[in-house]
Design a protein around this ligand. Structure first.
Ligand code: SAM
Ligand code: SF4
Length: 330
């Protein structure tokens, strides 16, 4: 699949549920209204949709959410998609998780062929963790990390940089992650969805500032390491580990975008930062053959926009898009 700007679309991210066992302050409002269960695709339907994308050239699938591991019976979806790894149609099956359920599932995921997992962790402080996630338990996530590493999964830690909240902890997060052989990626907060009383401008920390601060204590050497994602990596000479920066606001990376995003209702978003979307549920349900679905996918890819227009400043504190990150999964 090639979009109008000549970009090869080889990566599909799938939000398997909009629900979550946490309520991170930058991601959700405390009193979120979730989708009625009837609107959500069954796991069998999600598998069929993902398989259609694999057939059309997607080489990498990432399950996300909401929290992918809170969806009931989600392992059956992983098992079904794992077949594409076995027959070589897919290079990678992976997930982004808050880690709360990893202790339970890490071993099974590894057995299916998952090799890498991204775990979101914004602080190492129990109290602060509770404040950021509203409902989360840091010890549970730590047990999840242990289980993932014991199962042989490569873990990457994702940290959303939050001004005045975790910006004093980056050094500790670097030492912690690299000490355990995990990459660390810092992410700028993006203006997605209403989040109740929280203020984006107050949360937003440009990573250019974070990098300058980190460079006072660590030697950062630019690295050409790429994961196919938007992160730009540096090697931290003192630890030997990798530190990535995802900077949608201070540095636009759309020119190399290779991905599209599917929600659990079968809506395909061609860009994280734009409202345009294609409904794939109707063609999926209209017939047992995949012809209509394939056609709808091709039409959607032909409309993939050039890029997003995220801005956060005093004049732009409203969300750039109405949906929450938990709808498209980041
Ligand atoms: N629940 C899983 C998790 O937290 O990893 C997967 C879904 S979550 C929406 C995916 C990633 O998006 C997480 O790393 C989270 O920190 C990040 N995220 C959520 N809302 C965001 C926002 N407004 N700006 C930047 N990153 C955000
Ligand atoms: Fe849940 Fe992930 Fe959003 Fe936090 S960032 S509320 S863990 S979906």
């Amino acid at each position: 699949m090639i979009d109008p700007f000549g970009r090869h679309i080889t990566y599909l991210r799938v939000s398997v549920t909009d629900r979550c066992d946490f309520r991170c302050v930058y991601c959700m409002a405390e009193d979120m209204t979730f989708l009625p269960k009837a609107d959500v695709l069954s796991l069998e339907e999600l598998e069929r949709l993902c398989s259609a994308f694999v057939r059309r050239g997607v080489r990498k699938l990432r399950m996300t959410g909401g929290e992918p591991l809170v969806r009931k019976n989600v392992m059956s979806l992983f098992r079904g998609l794992g077949r594409h790894l076995d027959n070589g149609a897919l290079d990678e099956l992976t997930l982004t998780t808050n880690g709360s359920q990893l202790a339970r599932y890490a071993r099974e995921l590894a057995g299916i062929g998952v090799r890498r997992v991204n775990v979101s962790l914004d602080t190492l402080d129990r109290e602060k963790f509770r404040e950021i996630t509203r409902w989360g338990d840091l010890d549970q996530v730590m047990r999840g990390l242990d289980a993932a590493q014991q199962a042989g999964l490569h873990v990457k830690i994702n940290t959303v940089a939050l001004r005045g909240v975790n910006d004093s902890e980056f050094d500790d997060l670097i030492r912690f992650s690299h000490g355990r052989g995990m990459d660390l990626v810092l992410i700028e907060v993006m203006p997605m969805g209403e989040i109740g009383g929280e203020n984006r401008l107050e949360q937003y920390l440009p990573l250019s500032l974070a990098r300058t601060e980190i460079a006072r204590h660590f030697t950062l050497t630019e690295s050409d390491y790429r994961t196919g994602g938007p992160a730009r990596y540096f090697t931290v000479e003192e630890t030997g580990g990798r530190l990535g920066f995802i900077t949608p606001l201070t540095h636009n990376f759309c020119e190399s975008c290779n991905r599209v995003r599917l929600t659990c209702t079968g809506t395909l978003y061609m860009c994280l930062g734009q409202e345009d979307a294609a409904d794939l549920r109707a063609p999926l349900r209209a017939s047992e053959s995949d012809d209509l679905l394939d056609q709808a996918i091709d039409e959607a890819i032909a409309r993939k926009p050039k890029g997003h227009d995220f801005v956060i400043d005093r004049r732009h504190t409203a969300p750039a898009v109405r949906r929450h990150m938990s709808v498209t999964g980041g």
